[in-house]
Design a protein around this ligand. Structure first.
Ligand code: GDP
Length: 528
């Protein structure tokens, strides 16, 4: 085996954060970057987001979006590891991209607000992680505020996210009585002190739970800690690396991101426990990251919103071999050679001019629409990576043209935008409507704007009575015909020619599933 490649693969960790808005993703990201030395002072990540929030003006948001390309992948080094943190856009940026980013990572970090427990967006994002049994580490945040009992938060996670929780640290008190955490694996106490400076902070460490000084420091709370630790020991679920790696068990850490408390403890465990780049499936075989031949797959396309620069950036995850700038690869879908010269290799800020990248790394390739999501590039072997699908949209709109003469342009624009993954396009089989489906509402604004500026089409939306979509498959042709006859008015063909059922409401979907047991209703569809 190529020694350099093995060394580079083994030290890489590529992950994304799973959280509901306001749980603390931005704050935690900033602290992680601080530890990685990628930023010097707290506030850098924050201010960018604040700027974005402060404006409701779409044009201003576009400009922000130009900047956000660079924060799509945050790379930093920590303790000899090369970490790629892939941004999972939330708030109004929440979109199908957020889901697809999670198909390009090797593990996830789940951030939960201790006062809120599991929230809706967390549920959705965890569903995506479950598709690939992605290993998850959990950080329960905001212990400096009053919240739910830690046992209750874990029970909530276990019940609603269907993953076993094993705490590796344990909080002592909460809110005004928060005193720190006990590290269960290392038998260490970290004492909490609130410092808002944003600099790297280490708490006092006691090595022994019976240290008499503990009573001086914790007072009565030392009894509660000992009691709860005994309870946890009695509950008896030990941490099991294999079960974590299979996505069945999640190690849990408690802390306060804003106070930089518990973050480094979590990060230290993260780099040790989280898997390095994993083999990835293709239509023909699994590809190991240690294979010498280069391969990569595109999981996200970001359009440049600047009218004068119509290029797109395709985000490619390297799956095997070594990438060097200017290398020639095969673009299998179009059957052409492709020289990757104009690539952005995402790096920590202080290391520019890097010319190579390895499995787990992400490179951004500038192009003019020749690359689409799911495209696979390799040295030679014709491969097609799978597992980066379309996701069932959650919002729907019917497109109306202001100028009916522009129908052809509209069709072309929508088809291209759908190919890029910006939106999903459905054509009902019983009429000539254009129905768009999106995971996040902002996608609709982007489409109207891009139709106007890139295709000179003035479009607007009207509501449509569709609440959810499922892709339809069946081995049984007769069942499929019966189904098609029965639900004709709710069926549509998507941009790649696949049949979809557009359910007017969840009850109708439920009854369709019951009525047609031989039909498969999928929430994802592999991109061809
Ligand atoms: P995001 O939406 O998940 O990126 O969340 P942010 O990082 O922007 O945090 C949302 C709010 O929670 C902000 O006002 C943060 O200052 C606050 N916050 C984040 N972490 C903590 C914490 O540990 N304790 C407290 N009290 N507030 C926090």
């Amino acid at each position: 085996m190529n020694k350099e490649l093995k060394r580079e693969v083994d030290k890489r960790r590529t992950f994304g954060i799973i959280s509901h808005p306001d749980a603390g993703k931005t704050t935690l990201t900033e602290k992680l970057l601080l530890y990685g030395g990628a930023i010097q002072m707290a506030g850098t990540v924050k201010s960018r987001k604040a700027a974005r929030h402060a404006t409701s003006d779409w044009m201003a948001m576009e400009q922000e979006r130009g900047i956000s390309v660079t924060s799509s992948v945050m790379k930093f080094e920590y303790n000899g590891y090369e970490i790629n943190l892939l941004d999972t856009p939330g708030h109004q940026d929440f979109s199908e991209d957020t889901y697809r980013v999670l198909t390009a990572v090797d593990s996830g970090l789940l951030v939960i607000d201790v006062a809120k427990g599991v929230e809706t967006q967390t549920l959705k994002l965890m569903d995506v992680c479950r598709l690939r049994s992605t290993p998850i580490i959990t950080f329960i945040n905001k212990l400096d505020r009053d919240g739910l009992d830690p046992f209750a938060v874990m029970a909530d996670i276990e019940e609603r996210l269907k993953i076993e929780c094993v705490p590796l640290t344990w909080p002592i008190g909460m809110g005004s009585t928060f005193r720190g955490t006990w590290n269960i694996l290392k038998h260490e106490l970290h004492l909490f002190s609130a410092t808002h400076g944003g600099k790297v902070q280490k708490g006092d460490i006691f090595k022994d739970i019976n240290d008499p000084r503990l009573t001086d420091v914790l007072g009565e709370q030392v009894h509660q800690l000992r009691e709860e630790l005994a309870l946890l020991e009695g509950a008896g679920t030990p941490f099991d690396l294999a079960r974590y790696r299979k996505g069945e068990q999640t190690p849990v850490f408690f802390g306060s991101a804003i106070n930089n408390f518990g973050v480094q403890e979590m990060l230290n465990s993260f780099v040790e426990l989280a898997p390095p780049p994993q083999p990835r499936p293709t239509t023909t075989r699994d590809v190991s990251p240690y294979e010498d031949e280069f391969s990569g797959v595109v999981f996200k396309i970001q359009a440049n919103m600047d009218k004068n620069h119509r290029d797109r950036i395709a985000f490619m995850r390297i799956c095997s071999g070594k990438f060097t700038r200017g290398m020639k690869v095969k673009h299998h879908r179009v059957g052409k050679d492709f020289t990757i010269a104009n690539a952005t290799i995402f790096m920590a800020q202080d290391r520019t001019g890097i010319e190579e990248a390895f499995p787990g790394d992400i490179i951004g390739i500038h192009n003019h629409g020749t690359i689409k999501i799911g495209d696979t590039f390799t040295d030679k072997e014709p491969l097609k990576f799978i597992g980066i699908p379309n996701f069932s949209p959650e919002h729907f709109r019917r497109v109306q043209l202001k100028d009916p003469m522009k129908r052809k342009q509209l069709q072309k624009g929508l088809e291209q935008l759908a190919e890029e993954g910006a939106v999903q396009l459905f054509r009902p089989i019983s009429n000539s409507d254009y129905i768009l489906g999106a995971v996040g509402m902002l996608q609709f604004d982007v489409i109207v704007h891009r139709l106007l500026h890139e295709y000179a089409v003035n479009a607007l939306y009207e509501p449509v009575s569709v609440t959810t979509a499922r892709w339809i498959h069946s081995e049984d042709k007769r069942a499929l015909d019966d189904f098609t006859d029965y639900y004709r008015s709710d069926l549509a063909i998507d941009a790649e020619g696949c049949l979809a059922y557009l359910a007017p409401n969840p009850w109708k979907l439920e009854s369709a599933v019951e009525r047609f047991p031989k039909i498969l209703f999928s929430t994802t569809r592999e991109i061809r």
